[in-house]
Design a binder for this molecule. Structure first.
Ligand code: PAF
Length: 280
């Protein structure tokens, strides 16, 4: 396992892998790796000859009032996990490698990034697309693996790849859940035991919607009302949105179209902001 920390070294390695005709897979992460991330690494290892995991807590996707400084950083443990999961390289640059002094170029996707997360986090996806485009240019992967847990991020990145002709295959891995249903997330570690129990409301609301659809319900208003009702029964949970949208465009849908619709939830559990979704 090799750890690379400069852009120049990573670009040289990417060039070397290309010249050997090796298929390269990239798993972009912000570290604090959990089983959900490691499933992405394993999937990349199945599909690619060489796997790069990037570990970079990207400052541009956090608003000033968000958890950038408190976001967990544990490189040594992360590297060991990457190695065990089958990664070949960890690219872990310091912030000024990615954003040197005077940096001033940003990339925005202007449609899919606007609703849902974009309403309460208006600069978030600009940071994500900027850093992912940079990682694609630096690591030059043939494929990149992202988790369905961040459904809007997946849709935005797929659009960026199409619109800007990045020669990268975007692979989407299913959300991994704890046995009780909680979607795995680096932010779950912020939760106290009581908050964690309350956080189960998100997956419970989504599973209820899924069960209603299995029983024949198609109307989004009814599904949203039921999911919102479940969330409202939890004292510490404050809903940011519950929406039924097209999984590719994030536009609202009146009726479920199986395989195309997604029900997405964002909610505060006290001061911890969580998101989750399920494809219906
Ligand atoms: O999903 C994440 O962890 C981040 O948004 C990503 C894709 C690594 C970009 O910083």
């Amino acid at each position: 396992m090799q750890i690379i920390s400069t852009v120049a070294d990573m670009q040289a390695l990417a060039h070397e892998l290309r010249s050997q005709d090796l298929i390269t897979g990239l798993v972009p992460t912000m570290g604090a790796l959990h089983e959900g991330h490691l499933a992405l690494v394993r999937l990349a290892a199945e599909r690619a000859d060489k796997v790069i995991v990037s570990i970079f807590v990207n400052p541009t996707q956090f608003a000033p009032n968000e958890d950038f400084t408190k976001y967990p950083r544990e490189l040594e443990a992360d590297v060991a996990k990457c190695e065990a999961a089958g990664a070949d390289y960890v690219f872990a640059p310091p912030p000024d490698e990615i954003y040197p002094k005077g940096y001033s170029t940003y990339l925005t996707e202007e449609r899919i990034a606007k609703p849902l997360e974009g309403v309460s986090r208006p600069t978030h996806f600009r940071g994500v697309t900027t850093v992912v485009a940079k990682l694609f240019n630096i690591c030059r992967p043939d494929l990149a693996v992202f988790g369905q847990k961040d459904a809007q991020q997946v849709a935005v990145i797929q659009k960026m790849v199409t619109d800007l002709n990045f020669p990268v295959d975007v692979v989407v891995a299913p959300t991994l859940r704890e046995p009780d249903g909680l979607a795995m997330s680096s932010r779950n570690r912020y939760l106290t035991n009581t908050q964690r129990t309350e956080a189960l409301a998100l997956s419970q609301a989504l599973f209820k919607a899924r069960d209603m659809v299995a029983a024949g319900e198609r109307r989004s208003d009814r599904l949203i009302a039921e999911a919102t009702h479940i969330l409202s029964q939890h004292r510490r949970v404050r809903v940011i949105y519950v929406a039924l949208v097209d999984r590719h465009t994030m536009e609202p849908m009146r009726e479920v179209e199986p395989g195309r619709s997604l029900i997405a939830i964002a909610a505060w559990v006290d001061e911890v902001r969580l998101i989750d979704n399920i494809v219906l």
